[in-house]
Design a protein around this ligand. Sequence first.
Ligand code: XMP
Length: 317
Amino acid sequence: DWTPDSFVETTVAALREKLGDDKVVLGLSGGVDSSVAAVLLHQAIGKNLHCIFVDNGLLRKDEFESVLESYKHMGLNIKGVDAKQRFYDALSGLSDPEKKRKAIGRVFIEVFDDEAHQVQDVKWLGQGTIYPDVIESVSVKGPSATIKSHHNVGGLPDFMKLKVVEPLNTLFKDEVRRVGKTLKIDDNILGRHPFPGPGLAIRILGEITPEKVAILQEADAIYINNLRSAGVYDKVWQAGAIYLPVQSVGVMGDERTYENVVCLRAVESLDGMTADWCHLPYDLLAKISNEIINNVKGINRVVYDISSKPPATIEWE
Ligand code: XMP
C-alpha cells in the first residue's frame, strides 16, 4: 500500500543509489512541487543539492525574502538570485500576454543557466515534475513547459544537457502534499495557492512597469492578508488581484481623482481546469475594498470578478 512514509523511504534510498556523489542543480519556485522535490533530494544527497531561487521581480509582496528564509530554515543549500532588472528590461514595451510569457521564460533560462554554471561538475537537473505534467503534455504552462518548447529552438542552454532527475513524476498533487507533510515542510509553503510562473506579469494587463508591480503587490497583500485573517484562505483554491489598464473618476476628500482599477479574483477548483468564482462574504469584500482604496496610492476603484471557467479563465491573460 502507498503511504507517504514508505514513499519517502524508498525514494530517498533510490535517489542515493542513483546519484551517488553527483551534484544536482534545481530551481525552486516557492511552490509545493519544487519544494517537496528539493527536500527529498536534500535528504538523499545533502549539500550536493544546489538549489536556485530566482527573484524575477514579479512575485508577491515580500515573497522572495520570506520564502528564501523558509528554505534556509529547512536546511537547503540555496542561492537566491536577484534578477528583477533583467526581467523588467526584457518586458519593457511588451503588452501581448504570450510575448510576455515568452520573454519571462527566456530570461529565466538565461539566469538559471548562468547560475548552474557556477556549480562545478554538476551532473543532474532536478525537477518537481508531477504525474499530471507527464501525461498532459499540451496544457502545462509552467516554466517546465517553457523549457520543453525551447527544445525546438536549437542551441540548448548547457543545463538542459544535464541528466534529469524527477522524484515526484509518479505522484498526483494531493500525494505530493501528503509527502510534504511527512517531510515536515512549512505549512506556509505546503498550503499556498497555486501561483503562475510568469507571476504578476500576467496579472498586470498590458505593459509591465516596476511601479505597477509595486501597486499590485500592495493591493494583493491587503487582499490575501484579509483572506487569511478571515479564515477563508484555505477554503479558496486560488486568489489574487489583477491590475486593470483602466482609469476611472473618483473623489478623495475634496479632490477629484482619476486612477486605476484593481479587480479581485477568487476561485474554487480541483485542478484548475474548471473553476467557480467564490461567493466571498460581502462584508469581507467591503473591508478589503476600503483598505485597498485608502492605502494603495494609484487605485481608486475595486471590482470583483464573478466569472467561472469555462468560459472565462482563472487568470486574465
Ligand atoms: P487559466 O488562466 O488558464 O489558469 O484558467 C489555470 C491555472 O494555471 C495557472 N497558469 C499558469 N501557470 N504559467 C504557470 O506556471 C503560466 O503561464 C500560467 N497561466 C496560467 C493559473 O494560475 C491557474 O492556476
